[in-house]
Design a protein around this ligand. Sequence first.
Ligand SMILES: C[S@@+](CC[C@H](N)C(=O)[O-])C[C@H]1O[C@@H](n2cnc3c(N)ncnc32)[C@H](O)[C@@H]1O
Length: 267
Amino acid sequence: MAGDAAATLTGTSDGWLRCADGSHTRHAAEFGQAYHSLSGAREEAERRFVAGCRLRWLLAAGPVSVLDVGFGLGWNAAAALRVGQGQPLQLVSFERDPEILAWAGRFPHPEEYKEACRRVRQLAAQPEVEHSWPDGGSARLLLGDARESVARLPELAEQAAVFLDAFSPNTNPELWQAGFLTRLAERLPRRTLLATYSAATAVRLALLQAGFRLGRGPRVGSKASGSLATLDPQLPLPGFAPRQARKLRRWYTERIGQGLPPDAVAE
Ligand SMILES: C[S@@+](CC[C@H](N)C(=O)[O-])C[C@H]1O[C@@H](n2cnc3c(N)ncnc32)[C@H](O)[C@@H]1O
């Protein structure tokens, strides 16, 4: 997500920006930031979201629903569909901006993304329609504000991965707040893993408030570690340093006015 200034960008005549890993993103004028970290749109989709949510591991155990919060250019959706080819993966994407759909799946991409990008374009061309493919995959794009679209979620599998990828919390706050996250959590199966690039304390506290257990995300590109979260009391998460975990628990008590279950913050 949201662009940092760490990488040198090369623009193309049709508005694509080349990230440091060679993949492409665009600039969102309304938010004053790029759709991805400038160190790499592909890197972020594959490492932050697909690997962060352990998507291959979940798929090895059975069907998985991927909730793609902030479809944008469709990089995260394409990375999930690519890993899910030939597998029982159900993608549900949320997007508010109908104009960005014209660019979705149209970024320059390598051969191995050809089929996934074709599916992303299909999804963008016909939002609200259930698309299904002979290899067992299916996808649907819910067009509108995700806070409302969450009420229209189809039935989900017993395992889910959530890619929480709105623009930065200060410019696009509504998808980072406990209200939306709680509504989403109510619809998710217990065996859910959520990944996001944000390491903001307010976002971490909102995830805890929505009932997630919280862990530290991987470092990807120029970004510090993001956050990982799960609704499953049994799933291990990468832990925080003890001092940081203590701080998060203390802040939760001070700001939210309640205590946390002992294992809510992984150490
Ligand atoms: C950082 S971009 C996502 C990039 C995308 N994941 C990708 O891989 O190309 C954030 C996206 O969230 C969408 N968005 C922002 N607020 C939203 C809302 N309330 N409901 C649904 N989508 C929203 C924006 O229009 C934008 O496309």
